[in-house]
Design a protein around this ligand. Sequence first.
Ligand code: S3P
Length: 212
Amino acid sequence: MALPSKMTVNLAEHSKDDRERLLAEIRQSLGARSIVLIGLMGAGKTAVGRRLANRLDLPFVDADTEIEQAAGQSIKEIFAEHGEDYFREGERKVIARLLEGGPQVLATGGGAYMNPQTRDAIKAHGLSVWLKADLRVLMKRVQRRDHRPLLVNADPEAVMKKLMAERNPVYAEADITVESREVPHDVIVTAVTDALSAKLGCGGAARRKGRR
Ligand code: S3P
């Protein structure tokens, strides 16, 4: 039996005005904090982050791009010429600087949140969102390109499995976790804004309106 339409109403079906109000409330509650996307390579941090920023009308910043600009080299070149430790030090410094620039949406490289100082800085200046994806989804996405030095080797899937085992327990410290599934990016963006509004205690006006 089909449910009466009133019973199927959810957030996504709220009026455009209600949605705009909720997004404005999220923006306001953030203050100067950044929304920081964390998670493994291929989780969709940049693609989702860009759309999330657009939806919230906030600036979008990609930490990897900023590192490349600061160094005048691609990440692949930095790894090849100076090694991973040098990259990690640059990554820590650049993210510390970027976190001063909120409110904004900040996408970080997969290893950034593993640095304890970066984690502390994100906790102090941001709200972290872990985009969590399973191995199959991650591998499908990273296989499309070869710009990630950690995966340029004979068995990228074994590397990814190892990184999942090491990193997932640390990513789990994030304020919010959203499953990054094989659905259009905008669906994930809505899941993130829903989770953010719940975390920040937004949506009171819409809830009150719903009770009337
Ligand atoms: C890395 C992830 C990359 C980039 C670098 C190292 C990692 O960023 O920072 O290749 O350690 O997971 P993406 O997660 O955006 O691919």
